[in-house]
Design a protein around this ligand. Structure first.
Ligand code: FAD
Ligand code: UDP
Length: 394
């Protein structure tokens, strides 16, 4: 049993607590200026008049969705290509308050057996790869004939071999997954490769969500607008532990890694990281689509060309190679049973902490896309608003 004094808490003398009775300090200390932290800062300030301090250890806002111009003047995503897509009208409408959009449908080709073929696997992928001329109906029958039977679909290997058989699994998924995660697909939850569908038609879009678009002037501009409120102060280059004892606050929203919050007392949660290698080339276009995947060759998994995503016109182009690695910034929670179990031990610790909300991909150890994090933050806001309206004092 861990005593509550062992975890961060608000200063006892944090003073009056709402905008009707302004006092020293802040109502909310928000750790992290990514989607989770920025959405909550914006909602709490604009809807409840709360005074919010956002503390971010990096030198910029936006978290992993941050974008900026490189030396050549090309808009890039320093933490890897971020493509916005969602089926949630609520999330899309919410973000639309802070940005206009550029419609963009992401397309991916995979380099397999010396060809560039559509990924997700579709009718053209199979026909081109095997030199066939199947119809959609015949492809369904083909998949059925090669699909393996399993009683239960548990792992990322099961998902794929039970849909498209072993050969396509080996060509498209096995090598990529082993590189990306440092694990065999049989060691990962089904949810990982289940992110990528299989199609029997010729649809070659990577996503089929209702809303698919990029912020017209980039993610960072969108975050700037979200955080532009007189009640929101942003402190960059600062770990929250440097200030939480000195700044009065009542409630914390924590969006960093949950195991770090508890000083890794149950052991480290595994995160997968990436090393990004960026190149600017003196040519307008480098590759035919936004991303080319390399499941079987090279140490990198994929190459993305930003101008496809952003629509920017420029005489040069910038591309990024993603090299997966074990050490570095925590980018991906690793979905597998033992990690979920370890996460649950940390989650249990949070239950006694009424003055801290844990939100986002790292704080809830979930392999969430941006829209899922926005949805989670909006749900957290509703809970905090209910407490506020009920007059709950921390
Ligand atoms: P983050 O963006 O990680 O923000 C957390 C912030 O907290 C960080 O800025 C961090 O510096 C800060 N922080 C942590 N600890 C502390 C501390 N102690 N003190 C102060 N600050 C702290 N999603 C999509 O929808 N589409 C995509 O195409 C897509 N592509 C991706 C590509 C890559 C390579 C990666 C890694 C992710 C991608 N995602 C994509 C997922 C997306 O990045 C996340 O869903 C989203 O950015 C998570 O937001 P967040 O606020 O939870 O976390
Ligand atoms: N994947 C694969 N081959 C591919 C694309 C994806 O094996 O060509 C697997 C891999 O395990 C990857 C997962 O499917 O991590 C999810 O892919 P996604 O493109 O959603 O990954 P992300 O964009 O989140 O890195």
């Amino acid at each position: 049993m861990i005593a509550s004094r062992d975890v961060p808490g608000p200063l006892p003398s944090s003073g009056p607590s709402d905008a009707r009775a302004p006092g020293p300090g802040f109502d909310y200390l928000i750790v992290g200026a990514g989607f989770a932290g920025s959405v909550l800062a914006e909602r709490l300030a604009s809807q409840l008049g709360q005074r919010v301090l956002v503390v971010e250890k990096r030198p910029h806002i936006g978290g992993n969705a941050y974008d900026c111009y490189d030396d050549a003047g090309i808009l890039i995503h320093p933490y890897g290509p971020h493509i916005f897509h969602t089926n949630s009208a609520d999330v899309f409408e919410y973000l639309s308050q802070f940005t206009a959009w550029r419609p963009y449908q992401h397309r991916v080709l995979a380099s397999v057996d010396g060809q560039l073929v559509p990924m997700p696997i579709n009718l053209d992928t199979v026909n081109r790869l095997y030199g066939l001329n199947l119809t959609a109906h015949e492809l369904s029958a083909y998949f059925e004939s090669v699909a393996e039977q399993k009683e239960q679909i548990k792992t990322s290997e099961d998902v794929v071999v039970c849909k498209v058989g072993r050969d396509l699994y080996n060509k498209f998924f096995r090598g990529y997954t082993r590189k990306q995660w440092g694990l065999d697909p049989s060691e990962l939850d089904a949810s990982v490769t289940a992110r990528v569908p299989t199609r029997t038609n010729r649809d070659d879009r990577y996503f089929t969500d209702t809303f698919q678009a990029m912020p017209l002037h980039g993610y960072t501009r969108m975050f700037e607008k979200m955080l532009r409120h007189p009640n929101i102060k942003v402190m960059l280059n600062t770990d929250y532990r440097e200030v939480m004892q000195w700044v009065p606050w009542r409630h914390m929203v924590y969006t960093g890694p949950i195991d770090a919050f508890f000083d890794h007392r149950h052991g480290k949660l595994p995160y997968r990281s990436l090393r990004f290698e960026r190149v600017t080339l003196p040519q307008e276009r480098f590759q035919p689509v936004g991303t080319v995947n390399f499941p079987n060759d090279y140490a990198y998994t994929r190459v993305s060309e930003f101008k496809h995503l952003t629509g920017q016109a420029h005489a040069h182009t910038s591309v990024v190679y993603e090299y997966p690695c074990g050490e570095g910034d925590p980018y991906y929670p690793v979905p597998r049973p033992e990690n979920a179990e370890l996460y649950r031990r940390y989650e249990a610790e949070t239950e006694g902490l009424q003055h801290v909300s844990f939100v986002g991909r790292l704080a809830t150890y979930k392999y969430y896309n941006m829209d899922q994090v926005v949805a989670q933050a909006l749900t957290t806001f509703k809970k905090l608003r209910a407490r506020h309206e009920a007059g709950v004092r921390e």
